[in-house]
Design a protein around this ligand. Sequence first.
Ligand code: ASP
Ligand code: MG
Length: 425
Amino acid sequence: MRVFKFGGASVKDYKAVINVGEILRLHQDENLVVIVSAMGKTTNALEAIIASFSKQNHAETERLIDELKKFHHIIIQDLGLDQEPGLLDEIFIIFDGLKEKCQGSFGDYDFEYDQIISLGEILSTKIITNYLQEETNFKTAWVDARKLIRTNDRWREGRVDWEFTENLIQTEINTVFENGNRIAVTQGFIGHEAQGHTTTLGREGSDFTAAIFAYCLNATDVTIWKDVPGMLNADPKYFDNTVLLEKISFKEAIELAYFGASVIHPKTIQPLKRKKIPLLIKSFLNPKEEGTIIQESLAFDDNIPSFIFKMNQTLISLTPRDFSFIVEENLERIFGYLNAQKIRVNLMQNSAVSFSFVVDHSKVNLEKLVSFFKADYLVKYNSNLELVTIRHYDEVTIDRLTVRKDVILEQKSRHTARMVLKDLD
Ligand code: ASP
Ligand code: MG
């Protein structure tokens, strides 16, 4: 049994849904658990509805709900499924329910968020299941992930109860396949807590759902279908000659994610690594191409250097005014502040008497930071910088990347070079 995951872009309109059917046709001979996200930008649209509802702006909320209803209605029409009375009724009941709810009072934000945001995945999976049942000969079952993934009640970022979840998933999915189905369609991103209320796993959480199902079912592998050919060695936005990473280890994927590559969230990798279940990243536009395989072996990791660029960085240096050494006590104070302000440090370095760190410019309130530290530290900062991380670097690539740049700070370990650069202009 294999697990497939289709994200929002892969089901953004009727053509995309038909394409999903085509991909499934290429995999006729195996049982599939198919995890699907909300269609296109539905999750963002639902966030706007929640925000409007929270302000009790009833007219605007209703307008936004109608817009989203129309978006789904058009896809159903374009797929030729509007003659299926059951489907349209079901979809309209969901929107009517949402409208009614939004006429009432608004409770706890994060709780309400999960109850509403989860509808995006319910809608997409209802439509796709119906399409597969009507237009293909695959026996397909709709499975409610809200009943199978058990989390705690930390709304918007539920923590998975693995034992509980494993039991629920195994029982349900085994029954689905024993009943002669070949495809189980279910939702990414959503689950439930002990009282039965809906929870979510955090934005972009559908990849993680795929990993949860694979882990619980001991799947052969997981395939994430994306609009890119696989994992590239750099973001094409910043780099001309990108190369596909055909095969890398779980460990390398986690490292790349840590340094800021917008690949798969480390949360997704961890359960797969534990059971050595390979993760394939493939293009839904060219489904016959190999894509990337992330697996246990480290053997292929250093074939190709990878580049991770972070723009708009600010380097901050703190020097204690009493020239005390940068040791535990100073570090505790500095990190205490960063932690409390939820500021993520992208790179850090210290000398005897100063501590420097790099942060995303947009995520730090410099004024506040300076006023907090200035009594005891000399605070300096330098903005408009670029942080480049090269995995499996060599000197030639470093030279190439630093042309017309001032290297403000540099760190090298055996596999990783990191540089903070400023344009020379
Ligand atoms: N639909 C959710 C989101 O957009 C989950 C996902 O797509 O992974 O964040
Ligand atoms: Mg998505």
